[in-house]
Each structure stands twice: as C-alpha cells, then as structure tokens.
Design a protein around this ligand. Sequence first.
Ligand SMILES: NC(=O)c1ccc[n+]([C@@H]2O[C@H](COP(=O)([O-])OP(=O)(O)OC[C@H]3O[C@@H](n4cnc5c(N)ncnc54)[C@H](O)[C@@H]3O)[C@@H](O)[C@H]2O)c1
Length: 255
Amino acid sequence: MPLLSNHIAVVTGAGSGIGRAIAGGYAREGARVVVLDINQQAAATTAKEIRDAGGKAESFALDVTRRDDCIAMAKQVADKVGPVSILCNNAGIARRNGMLGAAEAVINDWEDIIAINLNGVFNVTHAFLGALRASKGRIVNIGSIQSFVHLRTPSSPAYTASKHGVLGFTKALAAELGKDGVRVNAIGPGFIETPLNEKVRAANPDLVKVFIDHTPLGRPGKPEDIVGPAIFLASDMSAYVSGSIVMVDGGYRTI
Ligand SMILES: NC(=O)c1ccc[n+]([C@@H]2O[C@H](COP(=O)([O-])OP(=O)(O)OC[C@H]3O[C@@H](n4cnc5c(N)ncnc54)[C@H](O)[C@@H]3O)[C@@H](O)[C@H]2O)c1
C-alpha cells in the first residue's frame, strides 16, 4: 500500500535537484504532486517525468519571494487540483561569499538569500496554511547542516542565517499548529550533488575533499538520499514526530 495515497503534495523548487527527487518520490507513494518552481520549464519537465512514470502531477510557475503570488497560487491549486495536505518547502539558493567583500555584493547576497530561503518558506506556508489546517497536513522544510553550524568551507553568513531561521520557524510552527493536528518537521541535508553546487564542485575539488573527509559515510549525497526521509515525514509513519529535523548528512555533524 503506497504511503501517500489520497494526499495532494506541494513541492517548491521542484524543477531541479532535491525538490525534483522529492516530487518524484511523493508521486511514487501515490500522492498527486503540485510541482512549483520559478523556472516554469523545469517544473513542467518534472511533472511530465512523473506522469510518464504513471504518477499524478501538475506544474505551475511560482517565485516564492512574491507573497501575493503565493496566495494566488494557493487559491489556484485549491480550485484546479484540490485540498493540499503536504507542503515541502524546498526552494532555495546558496552563495559562498563571506561578509568582507564589496558592500553591494554582500548586501545583495543577504537580501536574495533571506528573501528566497527564509521569507519564501514563510510566504508559501502562510498561503497554504488554511488548506493544511483543514487537512491536518504535514509540512517538511528543507534546512541544512547550516541550520546548526557555519561551514569550514566557504559559505555566506546569509545562507547560515537563513537555514538557522528555517529550523526555528519549523519548531515555532510545530508548537503552534500541533493542536490542529498539523505536523511540521525539517530535513537537514549535508553535501548533496545537485545543480546548486555543480560549478563549485567542478572548480574546487579540494573543497569537495575537505567536505568528504569530514563525512563519516565518505561520499557526497545524491538527491535520492533525501527522498526516504521526506516520505517518512510526510506520511503516517511519522505520526508522532513534530518539530524535529532529520539530518541526511552522512554523519557530518558527528565529527
Ligand atoms: N545541494 C546541497 O548540498 C544542499 C545541502 C543542504 C540544503 N540544501 C537545500 O536544498 C534545497 C534544494 O537545493 P538543491 O541543491 O536541490 O538546489 P537546485 O539549485 O538543484 O534546485 C533549487 C530549485 O529551486 C528553484 N528556485 C530558486 N529560486 C526560487 C524561487 N524564488 N522561487 C521558486 N523556486 C526557486 C530553482 O529554480 C531550482 O529549480 C535548497 O533549499 C537548498 O538550500 C541543499
């Protein structure tokens, strides 16, 4: 019996990498998946892959930084698809500039990263809150090892702050929505090979080595490594789990 039958699952940033893999995994478990991404073509491709594999999916373009668009999208999904019971806030960007660069670049990084990685999670969650409360739904937010630490390899304070924020938001929301039967959890991926870090990986094999040397399982993760935990947190298998973060980092934080 599939774990997510009769669920409608929204996944943001599902045109690529981790979100695309989660969307596919939810569909394999029987959910009807709403694929959202700022990149309309990428979202359409993910939805087509799901349908070609026999699953149910539709796609819409959504920039999670645009609060009014998120509200309009929640209405559109309710009208055209149905009542949403799973929301995976996955859309995110990463940049690896510190605080000591040119002021304009530092400020741009801060504004863009917080707008997408943190305000975006708020915007989409707020927009779908009515549907999620009505369905006793589940929210799965994508955090990071940077929900806890700043990396020893280059990374921006903005990214670390945004992912600490995602974890704090997860806990606060779990506390507030528990009485409605809504569960809110996060996943903390480690180093996962996706288009997000493709250029950095290609240009800096030494940095990849630093990361892998610090990872007990001794390999980078793949998007598919996130799928099982994402299904677990969206399904009844985690019926008494809320306010948690499941680390999917090859053990990075143990050493
Ligand atoms: N790859 C890693 O190593 C890693 C590690 C920890 C956490 N994460 C997190 O996982 C999530 C997914 O990352 P990924 O590695 O799959 O990246 P990715 O670049 O492969 O995919 C991100 C997707 O988000 C979309 N997106 C970007 N801005 C958007 C916006 N404003 N509105 C809607 N969609 C937008 C992009 O178009 C893209 O399809 C992010 O939140 C990222 O911070 C990734």
